[in-house]
Design a binder for this molecule. Structure first.
Ligand SMILES: C[S@@+](CC[C@H](N)C(=O)[O-])C[C@H]1O[C@@H](n2cnc3c(N)ncnc32)[C@H](O)[C@@H]1O
Length: 184
């Protein structure tokens, strides 16, 4: 984790192009995600947007704790290659499955979702939300990153989630802002 934190920090200041950057969550958000995931009801755990697998490692910690597995989706083969290295190095393949592809298509095959972390391209958020929330079990959680840092770009998505009567939703001001939705 510390190795990936150093690369992400360097990416943010050395002009690495957007699509090559790791664009990770902060360690504090990692702890927050692990805490929420460990408290989620039983069902499928998914993550949309793996990058190098940093947030997945935090979720893997929770999965180990409660005896679950997480499926993480990454659309770029180059990022998936780095994530495979991360998961091998951290020895978490027993609790992690990596699916290479656009989650918007892959999600059709998943039901009874109890936890979802959404951290993909911002213009995919609404489609992912619409694909996941109807499949959330009661008490299931969807957490979306960048709810404060990208508030204006995500305005339509945030209006949709915060006005959705099928979930209780709140924006938590840690990291880049985490939208947390719990299925009623
Ligand atoms: C912000 S980074 C994820 C960072 C990661 N969650 C972390 O904190 O370590 C976003 C990643 O999502 C991937 N991505 C974007 N849209 C996607 C989609 N529709 N399905 C799967 N992966 C997607 C990008 O290629 C990129 O690697």
């Amino acid at each position: 984790m510390e190795y990936l934190e150093r690369i992400d920090e360097r990416d943010r200041i050395d002009g690495t192009p957007h699509m090559r950057r790791l664009r990770q969550i902060t360690p504090e958000v990692g702890k927050f995600l692990a805490l929420l995931a460990a408290s989620a009801p039983s069902g499928e755990y998914i993550e949309i947007g793996t990058s190098a697998g940093y947030s997945t490692l935090w979720l893997a910690v929770a999965c180990r704790e409660v005896g679950r597995r997480i499926t993480t989706f990454e659309v770029l083969e180059e990022k998936a290659r780095i994530a495979r290295e991360t998961f091998s190095e951290a020895d978490v393949w027993d609790v992690v499955e990596l699916v290479v592809g656009d989650a918007r298509q892959c999600l059709r095959n998943y039901d009874e979702i109890s936890f979802c972390f959404l951290d993909a391209e911002k213009d995919h958020y609404i489609d992912c939300y619409n694909a996941v929330v109807p499949k959330l079990v009661t008490g299931g959680l969807l957490v979306a990153d960048n709810a404060i840092s990208h508030r204006s770009v995500l305005e339509r998505f945030l209006d949709r989630a915060l006005g959705d009567t099928s979930v209780d939703a709140v924006i938590v001001p840690i990291g880049r802002g985490e939208l947390v939705c719990r299925k009623c």
